[in-house]
Design a binder for this molecule. Sequence first.
Ligand code: CA
Length: 223
Amino acid sequence: MRILIVEDEIKLANATKRALEIQKYAVDVAYTGTTGLDMAIGEDYDLIILDVMLPGTDGIEVCRQIRTAGKHVPILMLTAKGQVTDKVIGLDVGADDYVVKPFSFEELFARVRALIRRPKNTTDTILKIQDLTLDPQSFKITRAGKDIELSTKEFSLLEYLLRNKNRVLSREQIVAHVWDYDADVLPTTIEVHIKHLRDKIDAQHNIRVIKTVRGRGYTIRDE
Ligand code: CA
């Protein structure tokens, strides 16, 4: 799942990026509102973390313009302590939730997880297909009750497939939601990661859950 952070405080932005990357998200950072707005509209993020206090175009205006552009991506606002009006205006212009600075990463992760699962299924936090399970909170993956170890990218890829199960996902969609902007994604990158994922989750089982749909992409399917 891919996240954009829009925050002009470079240290905070970079520390948040690193913390989220450890949580297996692909993360981009924009240090100004205008860059953030361009990236938010030009790319397909699963979540945007948007600071209200930005020089030039502020977070409220960025949020308003993202919604005006027709983007429904979840937006989590970062507001300064005591700025109650920022929260109210932020929610009015289409933000989904807010975190008050200073925040702990644990609090941020909880909000991020809640917003990323919101559009799909609000109660079931464990992602599942047949006898394969993925817990986005503990990163535990099991197939037929046995634990499976995946690399960060394999985990992200499996999470993205599971969150969109029974849908065919193109290579472009997979790249947009699993890799960050700076990643070197070669034409073979997806195939290589899918192969590694299959070796770990499908190879020893009669039912293969990851399917290749010729000319269109990949899907993880109940059948
Ligand atoms: Ca700021």
